[in-house]
Write a protein that binds this ligand. Structure first.
Ligand code: ZN
Length: 87
């Protein structure tokens, strides 16, 4: 049965594996930067149909939206086919 580790135990383990605290801070900084960058990357996704931000407007922010909050274009649809069907 797997035992849960505390954050202090994880830090101690990382210190033992890496030899000192220095690399740990570098890894933590890289991880945090990567996490924030991936959030910004996700938030910057543009609707392939209307070109506006897919997940948010000034008033609405829906990170799990399955349709564009501007035009209602559904997730996974082909924008070229949708455009040719538009009247
Ligand atoms: Zn749209």
């Amino acid at each position: 049965m797997a035992r849960r580790h505390s954050a202090v135990e994880d830090q101690e383990l990382a210190r033992r594996l890496l030899g000192s605290d220095g690399p740990l801070y570098v890894i933590e900084a890289a991880w945090t930067t990567g996490a924030i960058a991936s959030l910004l990357w996700y938030a910057a996704f543009r609707c392939p149909f209307c070109g506006e931000f897919f997940h948010w407007t000034i008033w609405i922010a829906n990170p799990v939206a399955d349709a564009c909050v501007h035009c209602g274009f559904r997730k996974w649809r082909d924008p070229h086919a949708a455009r040719s069907l538009r009247r």
